[in-house]
Every structure is written in structure tokens, then in C-alpha cells.
Design a protein around this ligand. Sequence first.
Ligand SMILES: C[S@@+](CC[C@H](N)C(=O)[O-])C[C@H]1O[C@@H](n2cnc3c(N)ncnc32)[C@H](O)[C@@H]1O
Length: 250
Amino acid sequence: MSTEPREWDAGAYDELASPQSRWGLRILALLDLKGDETVLEAGCGTGRDTARLLDKLPRGRVIAVDGSAQMLDRLRNRLSGRLNRVDVVKVNLARPIELDTMVDVVFSVAAFHWIADHHALFKNLAAVMRPGAVLAADCGGRGNVAQVSAAIEKVSGVPAEAGIWNFADPQETHRLLEAAGFWNVDVQIHSEPASFEDDIQFERFLETVILGSHLARISEDERPAFVKAVAGLLPERQVDYVRLTMRGVR
Ligand SMILES: C[S@@+](CC[C@H](N)C(=O)[O-])C[C@H]1O[C@@H](n2cnc3c(N)ncnc32)[C@H](O)[C@@H]1O
């Protein structure tokens, strides 16, 4: 797995990421915010959930971190009138995070499975959380996008997850969170397929949200055929998402 985060097409992502928007609401519902907390949003993307967090933090702030400059530019545009309560920082979550304050909450949606070493990730997060701080996060779990992965493997000849995704097992995640110093740990896994109305929408979603790292490995000319071939091998216009939901107290 590459140790450096890649760039994303942030404009297209924003138009398409409705499953992620639902997951954001699910993770927000796990938090009991008083309104004055400092929240670290890990892998904040284009800032959809940063805005939701700010709505719940009239006296608080968000430290929005991500590894993609394009995602962070989009976030700055989206939140241009509210940046007085947001610190926007380009960070690789696979490495120790340098902040000048400890945070009360870590919130994350659809980001952790892009990081190979969850032991290091959880330790990096724990190191910037004050004692009693809460972690609430979603990411792809064991079995996530298995049908899409099988199609990618057929088309490319190489395993789809290798070097790109880390779809973790709930028991292992529970163990790693405790090893990183979290208590009251709860980890759940559930299946949540997302369906698409037409081929154009489905292929755009695959291209932008799922296949970015696979497409980066081939030439630009080959990319449209790769996306079509993957979509064509799937039995339905559906992404077989399996989500891991985790909560723990530092
Ligand atoms: C699918 S997007 C999710 C974005 C946002 N949380 C949402 O729900 O729409 C995954 C995000 O994780 C970020 N990411 C992936 N690997 C990362 C890393 N090692 N460090 C920081 N951010 C990373 C990507 O840049 C991207 O913005």
C-alpha cells in the first residue's frame, strides 16, 4: 500500500458521495456533543461533515485533516464563511499527527481503510486525544466491495485490495483500539449495498469513488475501458458496501 495519500477529483466526488453522506449522519449520531468541543475530523474530504460538525459546535471548532490538497481546497470553498472555526491541515494519517492542541473528539468517515497500518493509525490518533476524548468512525470492513474487487481482479489480473485497501475485521479492530489505549470499545460491522439508477451514474461513481487508486496504475487511455469492464462484470448496478463502525474512549 502506498504510504503517501493520493489526489482525488474533489468536484466529482462531492456530486457523487451520497452513501458517504449517509454514513456521516450515522457517525454523527454516535456523538453527544455539548457544543464547545474541539473535534479532529480525520480524512475530512470536501468538508460535508465538517459543516455538519460546525452546526453542532456553536462554541467549538474542527481541525479538518486530509491527505489530498484537492479535497482540502474544496472544503475551504465550501466553508469559506466559517473558516474562523476550522483549522485545515494536510496530514498523512499513517504518520504521527502534529497539532498544537489536544482534541476532545475524533470523527472519521470512509477514510481509515485507505491506511495500511491500523495499529499505527490508532496510536497516531490516540496521541492527540485528551484523556476521556471519544473516537467515532466509519470505514470499509472485512468483505467490503467484495464483488467489485472480484471484477477488478478479473480485469487487471491482480488482487484488488493489495496495496490499496485495508478492510479490517471487527475483532482485530477491537483489539487494535484497546492496544492503542482506548476503552469502552465497540466495533460493529454491517452490510449496506448502494444501488445506482443508470450506467452513466454507476460508472462515474466507480471511477471517482472506488477505482481511483487502481486507475492511477494504468495509462489515461486505458481508464475508460477499465471502468466499463469492471461495471460490466457486476451482476447489478450495485456496490456491495460493508461498513465497520467503531467507537471508543481515550
Ligand atoms: C472516500 S473519501 C471520504 C471523505 C469524507 N470523509 C467523506 O465522508 O466524504 C476518503 C478520504 O480519505 C483521505 N485519505 C486517504 N488516505 C489518507 C491518509 N493516509 N491520510 C490522510 N487522509 C487520507 C482521502 O484523501 C479522502 O479525502
